[in-house]
Design a protein. Structure first.
Length: 368
């Protein structure tokens, strides 16, 4: 691990346009913490590597692990139809055809509810006709998860159950939250906290209890493809628009600890871990074709080594966590700006120096 090279790489991301970012890199017993830039562009308050951060869909790995624990205990059938457990939410033939596995790996064919909850994002993820107004309109909106699920279930299907490529959809994971609550008799937040977060010994990871992030944290600046200029702070936000499957608050150190223990078989058993690493082609929310497992997906470094993890975004913030298959090498990074790419005439995000700088940071962090 080259600390100087890592410091240079993280500073280059700041220079490329991210207000602030921070990271932890682990290589066996070596640990590097780094931060660059500011947590508040008005006051100049610096970011620090121990800050808490909204980690978005990284929460999906926690949700998937919790569901697989219930599979291990016999309370959930991985290939059982979701209609067996939630017949009112996914009724009829679709409830019979969509399995729990299809929800976890995004091959259910259920549409994303987000464009229906946020009207000005109606073209999401086709971005040409979107706008940021809904972000302000819904900053403090308390969404009902059942209503969000209904938006996704009643929307036109985007595929057939089990068909590939799948399409990444938050509707799937809101249903998994309801499934957890159905079989455990408690809230998903409580179950995941007791059986995943506490089991992993994570000290600074929690679900939000309100609209604020508790403890030291950065402002979160949303640019919405240049339509919000200068970028606006959305660190205060009601996260019910995504629920427990994308609302976790954590630290880069906690994320590395979690993925290290998960891939060592300490959170779910080895059989479940094998299932988590069985991938299918899925189209991401950015429109890219990726391989997706059960709440995990693989990423390769230039040398061909496979890393497992997940990324996540919220309005204004992003995070990425990856761990080598042997658990020896890890990186988690958090940034306080999102959707920095401007759009071309077709509505496609244009290249930005931040993309190249982040890719360079990942390469430095993952290299042996």
């Amino acid at each position: 691990m080259d600390s100087a090279e890592l410091h240079t790489a993280i500073e280059n991301v700041r220079r490329a346009g991210i207000p602030g970012l921070f990271a932890e890199v682990r290589d066996s017993d070596q640990v590097w913490h780094g931060a660059a830039g500011v947590a508040d562009v008005t006051t100049g308050r610096p970011v620090t590597a121990d800050m808490r951060h909204r980690v978005g869909s990284i929460s999906k790995t926690f949700t998937a692990a919790a569901v697989l624990q219930q599979v291990e205990s016999g309370q959930i059938g991985l290939d059982a139809p979701i209609g067996r457990y939630l017949p009112k939410l996914v009724p009829g033939e679709r409830g019979d055809a969509i399995t729990v596995r299809m929800l976890i790996n995004h091959t259910s064919g259920l549409a994303e509810y987000l464009p229906y909850a946020y009207p000005s994002l109606k073209a999401f993820p086709a971005l040409a006709d979107t706008g940021p107004q809904s972000l302000d309109d819904h900053r403090l909106t308390r969404f009902d998860p059942t209503e969000l699920i209904q938006m996704g279930v009643t929307a036109p299907a985007i595929g057939t159950p089990g068909g590939t490529p799948g399409l990444y959809s938050n509707t799937n994971y809101l249903l998994l939250v309801k499934l957890l609550e159905r079989v455990t008799g408690t809230t998903a937040e409580k179950y995941i906290t007791q059986n995943v977060i506490e089991r992993a010994g994570l000290r600074y990871t929690e679900f939000p209890t309100g609209t604020h992030v508790n403890g030291p944290h950065s402002q979160l600046y949303e640019a919405w493809f240049g339509m919000i200029d200068p970028p606006r702070d959305y660190s205060v936000y009601d996260m019910s628009w995504v629920g427990p499957s994308a609302s976790l608050i954590s630290t880069v150190a906690d994320l590395n600890r979690f993925y290290g223990l998960l891939l060592a078989g300490e959170i779910v058993n080895q059989s479940s871990l094998t299932q988590m690493r069985r991938t299918v082609p899925v189209i991401s929310q950015e429109g890219k074709l990726i391989e997706y497992g059960l709440g995990l997906y693989p990423m390769e470094d230039p040398g061909g080594e496979t890393f497992w993890g997940h990324g996540g975004t919220v309005w204004g913030g992003g995070a990425l966590s990856m761990t080598s298959a042997d658990g020896e090498r890890q990186m988690s990074v958090a940034v306080n700006l999102q959707r920095w790419n401007r759009l071309d005439s077709t509505g496609r995000p244009q290249p930005h120096p931040i993309d190249d700088a982040l890719a360079a940071l990942y390469r430095v962090a993952m290299q042996r």
